[in-house]
Design a protein. Structure first.
Length: 447
């Protein structure tokens, strides 16, 4: 694990707060730029002569060879997808680098420096596409090692899950604030000001992180957290099952920012006292609900602990899958019962509450489980594999979206309920038995 001095930290320790702050400012910068990327590409980078943009003609010609002639908007959409795919694929590689080099803190700082370099290159249209590469790779180095350090602060499983829940709150706060600030700056002062704000956010996070002492930690071989006596084969099987369940649930969840918005614009009554709510606000409501549910869930867990009731990480992943399935089942029922009529807004808000509850159950529990049972030499790699849920979810929402207009809306949402439900079923059928098996083998001294 990281330096033993970091074990059993409190949730308000300098190191934990620095890690949460780094996550907030990184998400601020990342989400701010993601919210503007397609618009910047369409309006500025790809709008003129592509020969002046390094790499643009190469990407355009390759795309045309595969898909035929591509419009500026289509090319921008493809570049957005490539950039996101590179980010998600870089995270497990960044975590593996931390496992092998044993210098997670320095890799976090190095990743932040690469992100800053990428943002600097984004300031000039000629180097814009080149800048996306160090930005994505830097994100992988930073994210692959930052979340691993959070898990290594705590030995107690309940405390570790609380830590990841608060860490998730910081992440969502960054996701909310980044697009608001950067989007506003683009309108008021232009794209350069938004990129500068993202750079400033990263600098603040990196300074706080470096001053906390986390950057000086050195990882040493050995088991982490509660995983010292966990049989390796059983632990690996449990992690594979848990991550598969997470991938399935997030595949359904991510339809929120894709086809759900298209469907809601046409089929949900967005009028509030004579005013029509922008459909894009569902994404902001999603973040606000998540933050509120984190607070409620932590209060509920504390009350249960006082009554000596503990809900394991595996059980919480199961509950997350059920909540996500219930959210899409609610949409399916609403679409089926209302026919061509518009659906009242509370139906959509109920859907958001359920899928956000799923995230609150899934995210902290899955990362806590990895910190508890993953082999100490590969904990960063496993943390990185967790973040691949975004990669697989993006593939799914793109693929499944093709069928939205080919099937009834109720059937489309029922399909997504089934995807999330499959994750919950997998945890019930395989996850819970594997937990019992690992406990029995650990008690018998099996390796």
């Amino acid at each position: 694990m990281e330096s033993g001095r970091a074990a059993d930290q409190t949730l308000w320790s300098t190191r934990f707060l620095a890690l949460a702050a780094m996550e907030f400012w990184e998400r601020f910068a990342m989400s701010g730029m993601k919210s503007l990327l397609v618009l910047l590409l369409v309006d500025h980078v790809l709008a003129g002569d592509l020969s002046h943009v390094l790499g643009a003609t190469t990407v355009r010609d390759a795309s045309a060879a595969l898909f035929g002639e591509v419009s500026v908007t289509g090319l921008a959409s493809q570049l957005y997808g490539y950039a996101n795919a590179l980010i998600y694929l870089s995270i497990p590689l960044g975590g593996l680098a931390g496992d092998m080099m044993g210098r997670r803190g320095r890799l976090v700082l190095g990743g932040g420096a690469l992100m800053l370099l990428g943002l600097l290159l984004l300031l000039d249209a000629r180097s814009f596409l080149i800048g996306l590469v160090p930005f994505a790779i830097g994100t992988g180095l930073l994210k692959g090692n930052l979340s691993a350090q959070v898990g290594l602060l705590f030995r107690d499983e309940a405390q570790r899950r609380r830590g990841y829940a608060l860490y998730l709150a910081a992440l969502n706060a960054g996701i909310i604030c980044g697009p608001l600030v950067c989007g506003g700056l683009v309108v008021v002062a232009g794209p350069a000001s938004a990129i500068a704000a993202a750079m400033g956010a990263l600098v603040i996070g990196l300074v706080l992180y470096a001053r906390s002492g986390s950057a000086r930690d050195r990882a040493t071989p050995g088991p982490v957290a509660g995983g010292a006596s966990t049989p390796r084969v059983a632990a690996t099987a449990l992690l594979v099952v848990a991550l598969t369940a997470v991938y399935l649930c997030y595949a359904a969840y991510d339809q929120l920012t894709n086809i759900f918005l298209v469907w809601a614009r046409a089929h949900v009554d967005l009028r509030l006292s004579g005013w029509t709510m922008p459909v894009a606000w569902f994404a902001s409501i999603d973040g606000a609900f998540t933050l509120a549910l984190i607070g409620l869930s932590q209060l509920a867990m504390r009350l249960l602990e006082r009554r000596s009731v503990s809900i394991s990480a595996v059980t919480q992943i199961l509950l997350g899958g059920l909540c996500c399935a219930a959210g899409y089942l609610l949409l399916a029922i609403g679409a089926a019962t209302h026919g061509g009529a518009t659906l009242p807004l509370p139906w959509a808000l109920g859907y958001l509450l359920l899928i956000d509850a799923a995230v609150v159950f899934l995210w902290p529990s899955a990362l806590s489980l990895i910190a508890a049972v993953a082999p100490g030499r590969l904990v960063g790699f496993w943390m990185g594999l967790f973040y691949l849920h975004g990669f697989f979810a993006s593939l799914w929402v793109g693929f499944s979206g093709v069928f939205y207009e080919r099937m009834a809306a109720s059937s489309f949402w029922l399909l997504h309920a089934g995807v999330a439900g499959a994750g919950a079923l997998l945890m019930l059928v395989a996850g819970l038995p594997l937990v019992r098996a690992t406990r029995r083998q650990a008690a018998n001294g099996a390796i």
